[in-house]
Design a protein around this ligand. Sequence first.
Ligand code: HEC
Ligand code: HEC
Ligand code: HEC
Ligand code: HEC
Ligand code: HEC
Length: 166
Amino acid sequence: MKDLAAAVLSLAFIGLVWLLLAGYQSGSKKQPVAYNHKKHIALGLECAGCHTGIADGKARGGLPTVEVCAACHTSDDENPRAKAVRDYVSANKPIPWKKVYNVPTHVYFSHRRHVGLAKLDCALCHGDMSKVEAPVTRQAVTISMARCMGCHHRMKVTNDCLACHK
Ligand code: HEC
Ligand code: HEC
Ligand code: HEC
Ligand code: HEC
Ligand code: HEC
């Protein structure tokens, strides 16, 4: 009897965890291709080689274009796990990545300032991508006003409201 009760309880527990995880998943953004940062970074590719908009200092548009993938995922590529990306490449269709890191439109943020001028490591704001094996569906380092201001305070950068809110 005791064993049965324990089994029922643990099943209920597993069910609850499953429901919580499913709810959490649906709140995140599913990406169109099962992209793997760890494998590509291990090939020696630079962040800015794929995220070209970042190097150009554009505030938005840093997600890779299909041309970047086409350099390697040609029709000669036989990796079955890369079929989804080859389909976009052969159709020459943009891959509809969903942007996960966003600031509201009333906030001004530029990578040029932070990466180009201040030479900050990407990992400070995005975590260690060389360990990430699944597509990005949620922020590893949450964007918040407190975090922006905390770093500005430490690094003696302005915290004038109008620097970030224009
Ligand atoms: C000081 C913090 C910070 C650093 C350092 C930083 N980022 Fe970001 N990143 C952000 C924020 C904030 C956003 C959201 C920007 C927006 O919505 O306009 C973002 C957005 C992005 C995006 C989504 C696409 C886009 O253009 O908005 C990519 C990709 C990205 N960052 C890659 C990088 C890479 C690669 C580096 C290093 C070369 C880097 N970031 C360094 C804070 C940072
Ligand atoms: C410099 C060449 C190169 C570029 C550029 C490149 N890839 Fe890859 N990709 C590879 C190689 C090599 C593998 C096989 C890696 C392995 O199995 O360790 C791979 C594997 C993959 C896989 C299968 C992942 C897995 O788990 O096995 C996907 C999906 C993929 N790439 C998507 C992309 C996308 C999307 C782009 C463009 C943003 C891209 N790749 C750009 C070389 C490249
Ligand atoms: C071979 C190309 C490639 C390389 C190299 C690469 N990335 Fe990415 N990155 C992608 C692709 C494709 C996505 C969109 C799919 C995903 O989210 O995994 C992405 C998504 C991201 C995002 C999520 C942006 C958002 O708002 O959705 C961040 C942050 C990021 N990359 C940072 C980095 C950093 C930091 C490096 C270097 C350490 C790096 N990436 C190297 C292709 C690349
Ligand atoms: C890890 C530290 C760090 C974080 C996090 C950070 N910043 Fe910065 N920020 C800096 C540094 C350092 C500079 C100075 C860059 C330079 O040399 O011009 C800067 C400069 C700026 C400037 C230009 C300020 C001026 O002088 O007019 C703006 C705007 C800005 N950041 C906005 C943001 C926003 C918005 C966020 C959060 C989404 C953020 N920053 C998060 C370190 C950070
Ligand atoms: C270093 C950049 C930075 C500075 C300085 C800054 N903010 Fe913000 N602020 C942000 C970011 C980023 C957000 C969006 C945060 C989020 O989405 O959670 C934000 C959001 C807000 C919001 C909206 C809050 C909400 O819940 O949507 C208000 C209001 C605001 N800030 C007021 C101010 C005032 C007043 C000051 C000056 C005392 C200030 N901010 C200084 C970066 C900054």
